[in-house]
Write a protein that binds this ligand. Structure first.
Ligand code: T1G
Length: 694
């Protein structure tokens, strides 16, 4: 075994050389890895006793891509192209041995090998689109040649990780190795290449699968049309499509490569990719809690209890069943319990019908769910999550009862979206085991989980909750106790301004249009109609005091009643409503408001600046650990467009001085709702950014 460099070894198994990478955590193609690969392959090729070469990785995964942390800086050492050239032009067969994930540049390296062997649990993908890029090392030119144009379009624009079995079927992988036997299988495969004098297949020379797409521009037109909504606002998907088109239409591989290079550099130097790369690292940074080190002991969670089988309770329960964790769901009435379990089964069966998993999987998941009408059945749970009414008295009663029933050492969590977790904890004798787990509806779909740390919540319970979030596939952000925590607290700012703007002269559809064009999936009024305007509305107490109350009193409760702020046709297509216009006009008249024309800029600034300002207050009060955590909340829980990085990142791109000036101007006109936070003032005065806040 020869150490080529700190992350690369060269060894031999008889006449087969093995180049092994070991660069934790994911063998990303850092300068060291690139240098090691070039030198390792050079030495293996120069050794006359070597007849073939295997490329393999130690650790959790094959190469998971270029080292994203290097982007934007001065690239040192060998280039990725140097690595690919050494491999693809080797006169000896090269076999890539894949486990874990071969992603981005990692798959692009593997595609330069002559053959690929993978274990069944491995996955391959070109997920550059998720960080606002495209495969910049020939991936868009090689993938369609091996997997075909349609599959390549799907892979590069979705960033999907394709399981090895499917890779085998599409020709991306040549052989599956038994789990745990990757190295020996790859070496045997390499030996067979030599013995059978197998051709040195270069993917770049294989044009057969491109022929089928030549002269069929409709393949691309149809793909664009089918995905227009999903790709709206993003630059990278379209650039990826153009590269695949270039693979089909360019006279040579090299020509296609030129298009790829040009479009890659445009994306790499653009704002969107910078924001999406920031979001990538922000999501992972959110896992880090300064006073709760990685080696903090955690509590094993083998059995979970969920109280409430409504939309939230059922969705929460599904997360754990999906992760193979047994769940007992408790309701007060049998019909509510039956209804809740029926909804869960329906959700699973819909996923099975959509091909996401099999009916077998449905039964496996349902088999992990037990219904009960007795809290006592939660006695042996390691974690109980309540999802009952958002009323403090009800929650405190439930927690007091749980405290007496559930075994000592079990965690008691509230799914409250707003209420004071410390006050809930005060109803128990175990405040150190009480925490908030704020799921976002639909709980089995939305990735965000706000983990609310109470004053007395122990470090073990925080660590357990953060780890559990990852197990159930959630993006966890640790937040502090305050009304609305982080997300809803900032949302309240936007909601207040959206309503004020409508009274002052804008229409709901103006506000929705501005925020939709900014990149949100929909504006606040359309969202209200979708969710139902009557959430929290009580008919008996309704006094026509807001536009929303008047709409509910008129039974215009949103999409479900065919009308809310908007009127809806039978296909739920929205259109501005004269009825709503009239209600608004009456409100303005009653309040003596003379409506004025409001610019799109004012709508955007009035909705977003106060959010940035509230985020600064959240940082000041230490209710979030870092500004990028606040962005992670908004990117994963509220549809903030990822190509804008999140509210705090966006505020900095606008310029904190501009945000401050805007807040001050609004404050002068409309009062202290726009009072700038002390932190915002300070950062601007010192010319600093949110990232400087310690
Ligand atoms: N570069 C640098 N660091 C990376 C990285 C990467 N590509 N991928 C992961 N990390 C770090 C991550 O920040 C975290 O660090 C740790 O590894 C574990 O990650 C030319 C231009 C591989 C599926 O987009 O999808 O190739 O927080 O928590 O959940 O065409 O990481 O521990 O300090 O996510 O098990 C293309 C991105 C790059 C893959 C593993 N590749 N990574 O998931 O662990 S661009 C990607 C992932 C490119 C070429 C182009 C996931 C994973 P820390 P993790 P995980």
């Amino acid at each position: 075994m020869t150490a080529i460099n700190p992350v690369t070894d060269l060894s031999k198994d008889g006449d087969i050389a093995v180049v092994t990478l070991n660069s934790p955590p994911v063998n990303a193609l850092s300068a060291n890895v690139r240098d090691g690969l070039v030198e390792g392959f050079r030495q293996a090729k120069a050794d006359p006793s070597v007849k073939a070469i295997v490329l393999i990785c130690d650790g959790r995964t094959f190469i998971a891509g270029a080292d994203i942390s290097e982007f934007g800086g001065q690239m040192k050492g060998a280039s990725l192209f140097d690595v690919q050239k050494e491999i693809e032009e080797s006169p000896k067969p090269v076999v890539a041995a894949i486990h874990g994930t071969a992603l981005g540049g990692g798959l692009e390296v593997a595609l330069c090998a002559h053959y690929r062997v993978a274990v069944p649990s491995a996955k391959c993908g070109l997920p550059e689109v998720n960080i606002g890029l495209l495969p910049g090392a020939g991936g868009t030119q090689r993938l369609p040649r091996i997997a075909g144009v349609e599959k390549a379009l799907e892979m590069v624009t979705s960033g999907q990780h394709v399981p090895a079995k499917q890779c085998l079927e599409m020709g991306l992988v040549d052989e599956l190795a038994p789990e745990g036997k990757l190295k020996e299988t790859a070496i045997a495969f390499a030996r067979k290449c030599v013995a059978e004098n197998k051709p040195l297949k270069k993917v770049r020379e294989n044009n057969a699968k491109l022929e089928a797409a030549k002269g069929h521009p409709e393949i691309f037109a149809n793909f664009r049309k089918a995905n227009a909504r999903k790709f709206r606002g993003f630059k990278a998907p379209e650039a990826n499509i153009q590269c695949i088109e270039a693979a089909v239409n360019s006279p040579t591989f090299e020509e296609g490569l030129k298009t790829e290079r040009k479009l890659f550099m445009e994306l790499m130097t653009g704002d969107q990719s910078a924001a999406q790369r920031y979001a990538f690292f922000a999501e992972r940074q959110a896992n880090k809690v300064p006073d709760v080190p990685d080696d903090t002991p955690t509590i094993p969670i083998k059995k979970v209890g969920v109280i409430g089988a409504g939309t939230m309770g059922g969705g929460i329960a599904m997360n754990f069943a999906n992760a193979g964790i047994a769940v007992t769901i408790v309701e007060v009435k049998q019909d509510a319990l039956d209804r809740g379990l029926k909804v869960v089964r329906g959700n699973y069966e819909r996923s099975a019908k959509g091909g996401r998993f099999t009916m077998d999987d449905v039964e496996k998941r349902m088999g992990l769910l037990t219904g009960s009408l007795k809290l006592e059945d939660l006695a042996d749970c390691d974690l109980v999550i309540e999802a009952v009414f958002e009323r403090m008295d009800i929650k405190k009663d439930v927690f007091a009862r749980l405290d007496a029933i559930v075994k000592p050492g079990a965690i008691l969590a509230s799914n409250t979206s707003y209420l004071n977790v410390d006050e809930i904890a005060s109803a128990t004798k175990r405040p150190e085991f009480v925490i908030g787990l704020h799921f976002f509806s639909p709980a089995n779909v939305m990735r965000l989980l706000e983990i609310v740390r109470g004053e007395k919540t122990s470090k073990e319970v925080v660590a357990t909750s953060m780890k559990l979030a990852k197990t159930i596939g959630k993006v966890a952000v640790l937040v502090g106790v305050c009304p609305g925590f982080v997300g809803n607290r900032m949302l309240a700012q936007r909601t207040r301004e959206a309503n004020a703007l409508v009274l002052e002269g804008a229409m709901p559809w103006d506000v929705d249009r501005v925020l939709y064009d900014f990149g949100f999936p929909m504006g606040p009024f359309a969202m209200g109609d979708l969710a139902g305007l009557d959430i929290g509305w009580v008919k008996e107490n309704s006094k026509s005091s807001t536009i929303r109350e008047v709409l509910c009193e008129m039974d215009r409760r949103g999409q479900k009643t065919g009308a809310g702020f908007y009127d809806y046709d039978e296909n739920r297509n929205a259109k501005p409503s004269p009825v709503t216009e009239k209600i608004i006009a009456d409100f303005r008249a009653k309040q003596g408001i003379n409506p004025r024309t409001i610019s799109d800029d004012e709508i955007l600034e009035r909705c977003l600046y106060p959010m940035v300002n509230e985020g600064a207050k959240i940082l000041e009060e230490k209710k979030a650990i870092r500004a990028s955590d606040i962005d992670t909340v908004w990117l994963n829980g509220y549809g903030f467009p990822v190509y804008r990085g999140g509210p705090m990142y966006w505020g900095e791109k606008v310029g904190l001085d501009k945000v401050l000036a805007g807040m001050k101007a609004f404050q002068a006109k409309m009062g202290d709702a726009f009072k700038p936070s002390a932190l915002l003032e300070k950062l601007v005065a010192e010319g600093k950014k949110f990232g400087d806040v310690k």
